[in-house]
Design a protein around this ligand. Sequence first.
Ligand SMILES: [Zn+2]
Length: 137
Amino acid sequence: MNLQITNKQLELLKQEAQRVYPVEACGLLFGKLTAESATVKRVVITPNTLQSNVSFEIDPKVFYDSFMEAKQEGLEFLGFFHSHPASTDPSSVDLRFMKLWGDAVWLILSLNDDKFAAFQLKNGRIQALRLRVEGKP
Ligand SMILES: [Zn+2]
């Protein structure tokens, strides 16, 4: 499975993560989904209502509004973005929520080494997605 995203979108997420650091930044990813790839068409930055540096939570109203807006434009919900002060590895908290969210994509930015990684839970196991980045850095 590939996650297609543009450099511009990654840059936006990175800026937000640096802005709210040490709190975890979070956001929603919408776009097009096929069997082989998830293509990000829209990134929605959302406040972390927990204001925590180890976990994040998105206001259900913000989630709902973003979801409906994207749906009207024919975009599907792909998954979540959030940042880590440590590595990109999903935490135990992440894993718990991954189990709740089925095949949602989890895009994680490590502020440790400035790297993005994307994961998905498949048959109860964490799988890394291939990140396909379009556009110039
Ligand atoms: Zn996490």
